[in-house]
Design a protein around this ligand. Sequence first.
Ligand SMILES: [Ca+2]
Ligand SMILES: [Ca+2]
Length: 449
Amino acid sequence: MKRKNKLIVLGAFLATSLSTSAVMAQNPASDPENKLGWTLNKEVSDEFEGNQIDKDKWIVQGENDHYENNFKGRAPSQFAPHAVSVRDGQLVITTRWEPDFNFISGKHKGYKFENITTGAIITKKKFKTGYMEIKCKPADAPLSSAFWFTGKGGELDLFEIFGKYPKDKHVEKLYHTSFHDWGKDRKDPLWGKTSWDNKTQMPFRLASDYHVYGCEWSEDFLKLYIDGKLIRCVTKEELGDKWVMHNEQKVWVDNEVFPWKVNPKKEDITEKGVEFLVDYVRVWQRKPSSDLTCEMPVNVLENNDFDNGLEGWDVEGKVKAIDGKGKNEAGKNYVKLGAGKESTISRTVKLKPNTTYILAASARAPMTNMDNIWQNGWLGVKAFGKKGQQPIIKFFKNTWYRQSICFTTGDFANQTYIYFTNKWQKKEVHVDSFELIEVTTDHLSLDGK
Ligand SMILES: [Ca+2]
Ligand SMILES: [Ca+2]
């Protein structure tokens, strides 16, 4: 009986996916019925058909000794045109161990260009606002595969994904988005630095498979998606001068080495190379309108900001609600987990089965110097009906920042346990602004429609 049910379900699934793919092949994963009236901007989109890169559309970094923005690669890796190819309907960016390559002399951020060749492509045309989407499989290696945008004064990295990160396997699941501020004076210590970011840890390794990553960049907000699901929205208003998306942008797709994080060796890269595979890059645009909101699904946690002290929360060890006197991130109070004892703040929450959620919190670790002392606090979730899954995400900076965990409940789950703890180091950590939201694909909230 069970088996028969499965077959029926599979048949229905195939029928649905065939009919929808025929009709909606070119619609955004965020809006499969194109309710918002998106139009594909073909100048900055590509399906990567044929057997070579379209050079009317793309700049290949290093070709004819031209390097867009004078960016030659992040040393030790150097951009080389032979790293870029098109095969089986895909863009292939190959990073290789190639010590005999004729590397440029000089250094970049203290590292010599040597051993590693890699690739980047950049659109010739610019665009301003829209919905940007890529379907891809990042290189399964200790380097960053990235889909990003830059123009005058600002940069949006929709993702920089480390396929492998031996020091901390959690990083291999991290969907990390950031803004970089290039609008400041060159002498300003914040020039080019991250002005805002979003870190969401997915329940899977990102380089293990293809996923669809998307974002909507409007005049007023930025929405982040994975596989058509909305995971975050932030407004220009709430970011203030951290917002950097004021001008037209070009699309970038590349592999880069970040040697201060992880410096790949020959056996990681190999002479044959590791590949970032991209099925397509698509940018849609629509008439500017104010009919879309940045509303996220409702936060199911009451007293998530501790305005009512510790009401509704379970605590163990040294846990106190502290008046932040307006200096903490949100509202009146934050929670302090004191030094000297293992301390945890937690609660059991009712949830739906077979449903995807995002758990987020803001935290800081004041005893960190972020140099040789890395005191962790960590956010975690467990007992949601998925055997063996107990995801955690660590906090180790001494300023307030937000991170999140994406998880999907099992068939029989009706509740879960969420917590923040200073185990096992027993050092002081602060936490605030817990958020638990249901992630849905049906998230288009149109005013007056
Ligand atoms: Ca394709
Ligand atoms: Ca608060």
